[in-house]
Design a protein around this ligand. Sequence first.
Ligand code: BGC
Length: 612
Amino acid sequence: RVEDLLSRLTLEEKVSLVHANAHFSTAGVPRLGIPDLKMDDGPLGVREEVGEHGVILNHKDDFATAMPGTLGLAATWDVDLAKAYGTVIGQEAKQRGKDIMLGPAVNIQRTPLCGRNFEYMGEDPFLTSRMTVNYIEGEQAQGVSSCVKHFAANSQEYQRGSINEIIDERALREIYLPAFRAAVQEAEVMTVMGAYNQINGQHCCENERLLNEILKNEWGFKGAVISDWGGVHHTDLAALNGMDIEMGTRGAYAGNYLANPFLEGLKSGKFPVSVLDDKVRRHFHVMFKLNLIHDPSAPPATNAAPPTLLSTRAHQEIALKIAEESLVLLKNQNLLPLDPAQTKSIAIIGANATAKFAHGGGSAMIKPPYEITALEGISNRLGGNMKLIYAQGYNPPVGSGRVDFRPEPEETPAPLNPSNLMAEAVAAAKSADVVIYVGGLNHKGGYDTEGADRKDIKLPGGQDELIQKIVQANPRTVVVLMGGGAVEMDAWLARVPAVLYTWYPGLEGGNALAHVLFGDVNPSGKLPCTFPKRLADSPAHALHTYPGTNGTVVYKEGLLVGYRWFDTKKIKPLFPFGYGLSYTTFKYSNLNLVPGPEALGAPVTVEFELAN
Ligand code: BGC
């Protein structure tokens, strides 16, 4: 059918299939029953409808379940939850008539500073691969294509459009590529998105080695490579080096590198038509797999399922379950879980207690039908039977990241007087039986936002000092941190009895937090990334190879990314990869390694006794 359809297209029609004709689609060929190919972000849920240049259209029927950030999903270490996660997004995408969902985002966390770590899956290629495969299987089973991104090594946002990453072959193969390979070879992902950055001197969207040699020839990828938005820079390279669909615009879509300039090159004989045919075959491969091509005399094809509720209660419950399983208990000296029967009043302090996060962070933003804040979740759980005192404590940080591009305008509330905020917080802490401090990062001002990296891993907004004052006023203080990864805790960790890390927990986040704080759910998340004591301990920073010089960053640490570095160099992190406590204790004993049946290369079985 692919060959038949291909033979019926004019040259112009073929070219129209290999570049965008709108922000999130390519044009169809109605006379042959070929519909527009419709895409949408992204990795954490189905993004609301946007127009040209990503301008929000304010529709009333485009709400979606805001799933917890995928870094939190990785903290569950639970492949069934990854599958459920992809299933939810796939079902909602289908409802919204999307053919391709731009996710999951599976770049490896090379530095804790990367602004997109919250939508990636941590520092380990194996964990990331397992989550990726299950996410994609869940999503594609719903009849939509996943678009695994950003191929490859989009591990910093600063200068992402131009940075040239020098990565040795082994690090590329063992650290940065495995999740993509698993997506292609195990999950049979239908589309792959090329990254903005360069690898070894060539932009990823026109990179011969990555696209033609590795992805297509070596891994046997049959689907289409889609560029990141504006990630193509040359007609020749994109045409010849394996880019199949150029997205984004340079003013008018006809001016895209793979639009008129490509057509002219084909007409003049500069490019063989076989190069174009290969791209169109891949486009059709995706379309036939999605069952999008129909008899042109029938009503126009659409990928939409019959309309029902977009974000169903069942989907929200999956988001809740994943959030509950993702919370990482970092410290607990006999304070958690809190017992409401023994508590008369709780001070809830911190700007993140009332903050909503789903509609932020760049292209991963979601418009959920509601979002339960920490304060609401705690108050829901206690059902009005407790005195709750709220104090903001600090001004939420704005505008301090290492930014070179900002995708969305930011509203900046007028800052309040910091010493008044602190005095109010201390008074609240003193007056209550227990303090639940809710702080950390947010999606504003260069923290956990596409297009920007953090400048350091210090808690912003004077929170270090604030937490010290609060715990002085009331030693029964739980510190809850939200964000996309490591922050320094030196200033207060020794004095605070309990610390819980929540990532960005999605639309049910506040309820999930309350369920863990009050012991309805046992915290069992484990860190998917190392939390260093200080930034200078992590590999890219110890070796001064971030953010690069003169537009080039050399991945000098090679394989020693994340825990591989800390283990090899014997550097004690604040909390290691895989760390996370629970409300019970475990003891392992009688460890025994049983070799497999064959002498060499056979799997080893690890046995031990577990007491809980
Ligand atoms: C991001 C992609 C996203 C695309 C479309 C780009 O800026 O890097 O992850 O899918 O925009 O919104």
